[in-house]
Design a protein. Structure first.
Length: 254
C-alpha cells in the first residue's frame, strides 16, 4: 500500500546538512575557544588585561563588519566557497600566533579570526536554510541552533584545560628591562613551568621607563617576585632584596 504524498516525511539529515552542522560546530568551538582563551594566552605572555580587552573589541568589530559584507559575497560566489574560505581564514588567524609572538601580528590575527568566524558561520546558516526541506525548516534550524549552543559551551571549556600549572606550588612574576631578550625569557619560563608546574609570567619595560614601571608594579597586590636593577638604581630597592647566599645558584657561582 503506497503512502499518500501529503503524509510522506521529507528527509532532514541529508549528507550536506550533516556537513554544514559539522562545519558550524568546528567554527563555533574555535571561535568561542579563542574568545575565552585569548586573555589567558596574553597573561601567559606577560601582557595585561587592557590588551586583552582591546583585542576582544577588534575581534567583535571585525566579525560585525564581515557579517554585513558576507551577504552579497555568499549570493555571488556560493555558500560552500565562503564557508571554506572563512574556515581557512580562521585557521590561519589561530595558528599564526604560535609562530610569531608580536602584538601587531596578534592584532592582525584577531582581525582574521573575526572575519573567518563570521564568514564561515554566516555561510553555514544560509546553506542550512537552502538544503532543509521547507516542510521541516523550523525543525532543522532548531537542530542547527542546538549545534551552535553545544559548540559555544565546549569551545569555552576547551580554553580552560591543558595547563601544567599547579597553583599550590606558587607563582613567579619577572619584570625585566631586557626587551631584546623577551623571547628567550619566555622560552625559559615555559620550560621551567613544564618541568616544575610553577607558573612564570614575564613582563618587560624599556630601560627609560623601567623604574617607573617597577614602582607601579610593586605597589600592586601581585607584585613582581623577580626584577632587574642596574648599578645606578641598585640602592633604591634594597628593601626588596633577599639574601641568596644559601641557595644553590649562589653556591654554583663560587
Amino acid at each position: 500500500m503506497s503512502v499518500p504524498q501529503e503524509h510522506k516525511t521529507e528527509r532532514l539529515w541529508s549528507p550536506l546538512f550533516i556537513f554544514i552542522i559539522i562545519m558550524t560546530l568546528c567554527s563555533f568551538m574555535v571561535g568561542q575557544g579563542l574568545n575565552s582563551g585569548t586573555s589567558v594566552y596574553l597573561d601567559h605572555m606577560g601582557q595585561g588585561a587592557t590588551l586583552a580587552g582591546i583585542l576582544a573589541a577588534v575581534f567583535s568589530a571585525s566579525a560585525a563588519v564581515a557579517r554585513i559584507a558576507c551577504g552579497p559575497v555568499i549570493d555571488n560566489v556560493g555558500r560552500v566557497v565562503v564557508m571554506l574560505g572563512g574556515t581557512l581564514c580562521l585557521f590561519v588567524g589561530t595558528i599564526l600566533p604560535a609562530f610569531v609572538s608580536d602584538t601587531a601580528v596578534f592584532t592582525l590575527c584577531r582581525i582574521l579570526q573575526g572575519i573567518g568566524f563570521s564568514a564561515a558561520t554566516t555561510a553555514s546558516a544560509t546553506a542550512a536554510s537552502d538544503v532543509l526541506p521547507l516542510s521541516r525548516l523550523g525543525e532543522g534550524i532548531g537542530y542547527y541552533g542546538l549545534g551552535q549552543a553545544l559548540a559555544m559551551s565546549v569551545g569555552a571549556l576547551s580554553a580552560c584545560g591543558g595547563s601544567n600549572v599547579n597553583a599550590d606550588k606558587g607563582h613567579v612574576y619577572f619584570l625585566s628591562m631586557k626587551v631584546e631578550q623577551q623571547d628567550q625569557f619566555k622560552e625559559l619560563a615555559e620550560k621551567f613551568t613544564k618541568k616544575t608546574g610553577i607558573q612564570v609570567d614575564i613582563a618587560t619595560a624599556s630601560s627609560d621607563t623601567y623604574e617607573q614601571s617597577l614602582k607601579s608594579e610593586l605597589a600592586k597586590s601581585e607584585a613582581p617576585t623577580l626584577f632587574d636593577v642596574d648599578n645606578n638604581d641598585f640602592l633604591n630597592w634594597t628593601d626588596y632584596y633577599a639574601d641568596m647566599s644559601g641557595t644553590n645558584i649562589y653556591k654554583d657561582q663560587e
